[in-house]
Design a protein around this ligand. Structure first.
Ligand SMILES: Cc1ncc(COP(=O)(O)O)c(C=O)c1O
Length: 406
């Protein structure tokens, strides 16, 4: 018998966004001009704030390259605690753990709460669903999440959640993600309060409130956290990746109920030791400076310009897609059902959103992600934190390719 991965690990699907990134990178290497709306990151278009870069460099030069305490550098924990108050959340430093990225923070919460042998070992998420919410439960328990549908504005239905909680005693965690990847939806206060009223009746069930896009809101939308209503049940996730264009630096955090956070700190110490210290020092320095969120709102304003340009182009050029303007994050998720079933100039039929993605890639060099990767077929995800000329020309090419379908 040869060496094999575990049954759970073998079931894991690769990250769809990273998979598409490698296809786009290969095309770029061949010298092709690629209009890349695939991967959800701002770099190289919108860069890490320079005060953060300087602070990180100084930390390296001062040899701050040793281990920090497992939960995080005390200075950073204190700054995150102060920063959470800017979002009306109260968590002392002892209730915060810094992890190597928001995805890792999600993993560590699941690892701490869920287990194959626990009576409550299922995770509930809402479709369309971000990839890690699908894959990490499989890795830990061998079981996929229970996915609940959303309405045509991509908002959860609290009544369905209530029904599920009433009849299913295996639920350990519910994930909420607002502003949302991939839909760009932002959950209104009334919805958050209604969900809190329901979940609060099940104190043994936890909530992961993934708030990595909390500063990226457009128009009059406000960020609301369920943690304000259910602090003893909620794990708030945040980090540098999305707010600050720091995807490759790998710094996320989780804040939540004290006893469980102490266990997460022990898990963190055993699995990762700590997050790299220069990044922690840089983020602490940044948070000390950005007391009124101005630097983060400057990033949001650059994203809003790109969102507006993308929507304008879509409105002008692509008449059969249907969509809501995204209210937050930096994704656009139009319904493309009208283009399915059509024939390409080569005579093949576009059967589904995956065929559509491949057709757009091969005929127009436009990279998108099929909605089915988020359990929402018939849609495409476009990440628009790219340079405005990619939006201008890329959407033109996308429209031309769609117009060739008959
Ligand atoms: C909603 C959400 N949560 C968590 C993450 C994970 O971020 P990272 O990969 O930087 O850890 C992402 C990344 O796309 C995301 O969209």
């Amino acid at each position: 018998m040869s060496l094999r991965p575990s049954i759970c690990a073998e079931k894991l699907a690769p990250s769809p966004t990273l998979e598409i990134k490698s296809i786009a990178d290969a095309l770029k290497k061949e010298g092709k001009i690629v209009y890349d709306f695939g991967v959800g990151e701002m770099n190289p278009e919108i860069k890490l704030p320079s005060i953060l870069k300087t602070a990180m460099a100084e930390a390296v030069m001062c040899d701050a390259t040793h281990y920090s305490p497992a939960a995080g550098d005390p200075e950073l924990l204190s700054e995150i605690s102060i920063d959470l108050q800017r979002f009306n959340l109260t968590y002392p430093p002892s209730q915060i753990v810094v992890c190597p990225g928001p995805k890792d923070a999600f993993f560590k919460v699941c690892l701490t709460i869920m287990g194959q042998s626990s009576p409550r070992n299922r995770l509930v998420a809402f479709a369309p669903v971000y990839e890690s919410y699908q894959n990490i439960p499989v890795l830990l328990t061998g079981q996929p999440p229970i996915l609940l549908p959303t309405d045509h504005h991509f908002l959860p239905n609290p009544k369905q959640l209530e029904d599920l909680l009433r009849r299913d005693q295996t639920i350990a965690l519910i994930v909420l993600n607002s502003p949302n990847n991939p839909s760009g939806a932002v959950y209104p206060l009334g919805l958050i309060q209604e969900m809190a009223g329901i979940i609060g009746q099940y104190p043994e069930v936890g909530i992961i409130s993934d708030e990595v896009y909390r500063t990226i809101l457009y128009d009059d939308h406000q960020h609301e956290s369920i943690a304000a209503y259910l602090p003893d049940q909620t794990f708030v996730l945040g980090g540098m990746s999305k707010e600050l264009s720091g995807t490759g630096l790998r710094l996320g955090f989780v804040a939540g109920p004290e006893t469980i956070l102490q266990t997460i700190a022990i898990v963190e110490g055993n699995v990762s030791s700590c997050v790299n210290l220069p990044t922690q020092k840089g983020y602490a320095h940044f948070l000390q400076q950005d007391t009124n969120l101005q630097l983060r709102y400057e990033i949001r304003d650059q994203l809003r310009q790109r969102r507006d340009l993308l929507l304008q182009r879509f409105r002008q050029l692509i008449d059969q897609a249907t969509w809501d303007p995204p209210s937050g994050a930096y994704y656009f998720f139009p319904d493309m059902y009208a283009y399915l079933g059509k024939k390409t100039p080569m005579g093949t039929i576009i059967q589904n959103d995956q065929d559509l993605t491949l057709y757009l890639l091969n005929s127009a060099n436009v990279v998108t992600i099929p909605g089915s990767k988020f359990d929402c077929p018939g849609h495409l995800r476009l990440a628009y934190a790219v340079d405005p000329s990619t939006i201008e020309i890329g959407i033109q090419h996308l429209a031309e390719a769609l117009n060739c379908l008959q």
